[in-house]
Design a protein around this ligand. Structure first.
Ligand code: NI
Length: 169
């Protein structure tokens, strides 16, 4: 396995819409493994393929705490098929926007349909942090970021900061 570089704002690739995946082969499974390793290393609880420069509808997630041990999900072509009425507020971070946290209110329950690592169709009912993380990662596949939940003014400030930083590097 190898660690992948995680792309940060303001790289425009993060705004791309990711394309559906047609086949799950060894190359894709290798990408899943590398993404998971990179996510654990960061550390983070979710990572979308677009964040490592691959515009495909693939994400990895693991919201288990240290005591629970690893519980990774690999989701190919995830689709949110239903959202609950109750909401959950969470201060979300993003590996592509290091150091920035945004308080976001989202549905607290989701049902997500996806194809797993073995090519089998799955349906998962998630709540709590997993529900939040699924929605956050699916947003990435549509080019949406947590800064889009901020006011325009705050968002512009964040982007300016990252642009300045990118120039300095
Ligand atoms: Ni993110």
């Amino acid at each position: 396995m190898s660690k992948l570089e995680i792309i940060t704002v303001p790289d425009p690739i993060l705004r791309e819409i990711s394309a559906p995946i047609e086949t799950i082969d060894d190359d894709l499974r290798r990408l899943m493994d590398d993404m998971l390793e990179s996510m654990y290393d960061a550390p983070g609880v979710g990572l979308a393929a677009i964040q490592v420069g691959v515009p495909k509808r693939l994400l990895v997630l693991d919201v288990a705490d240290d005591e629970e041990g690893p519980n990774p999900y690999f989701m190919v072509n995830p689709e949110i098929v239903s959202l609950g009425d109750e909401t959950r507020v969470h201060e979300e971070g993003c590996l592509s926007i290091p150091g920035v946290q945004v308080e976001i209110e989202r549905p607290g329950d989701v049902v997500v349909r996806y194809v797993d690592r073995n090519g089998d169709q799955q349906e998962l009912a998630a709540n709590g942090l997993l529900a939040t993380a699924v929605q956050h990662e699916v947003d990435h596949l549509d080019g949406k970021l947590i800064i889009d939940f901020m006011s325009r003014l705050k968002r512009d400030m964040v982007i300016r900061k990252f642009k300045k930083q990118a120039r300095a590097d």
